[in-house]
Design a protein around this ligand. Structure first.
Ligand code: DGP
Length: 122
């Protein structure tokens, strides 16, 4: 399941992205299809496909996604106002890119719950 995705090409700089944070283990960049005034994706450089594929050895990097989210929120000045972090898993979760990513949404009050009626593919 751990096939290269479009996000591997962003990590390798084969396609451009608006990168806002990078370290040895993690990359963060703007979502190409923003759903809020701020919509960033925070990804491990290791190509983990879905939440289902996270192993105990990945716990450190997965936790790091959240500390990077909080750092970005603080640096960009919206930590106190608030924001949402979310990971979609597989089809019912709305996942479209099979490289683990944490969505970071901010910049306005966000609606809840996210459920919308959707016709599942046959
Ligand atoms: P998800 O549906 O949870 O798998 O979210 C995937 C997100 O990835 C979606 O919000 C759009 C974004 N995305 C897809 N392709 C690209 C791309 O080539 N560049 C960037 N920056 N974002 C992308």
């Amino acid at each position: 399941m751990n096939q290269p995705t479009i996000f591997s090409k962003i990590i390798d700089r084969e396609i451009p992205a608006d990168i806002v944070y990078e370290d040895d283990d993690v990359l963060a960049f703007s979502d190409v299809n923003p759903q809020a005034p701020v919509h960033l994706l925070i990804i491990p450089k290791k190509p983990i496909a879905t939440v289902n594929d996270i192993t105990p050895e990945d716990e450190k990097v997965v936790g790091h996604l959240f500390t990077v989210a909080a750092k970005i929120a603080a640096d960009k000045g919206f930590a106190a106002d608030g924001y949402r972090v979310v990971m979609n898993c597989n089809d019912d979760g709305g996942q479209t890119v099979y490289h683990l990513h944490l969505h970071l949404l901010a910049g306005k009050p966000l609606g809840w719950p996210p459920y919308q009626e959707r016709i599942k593919r046959a």
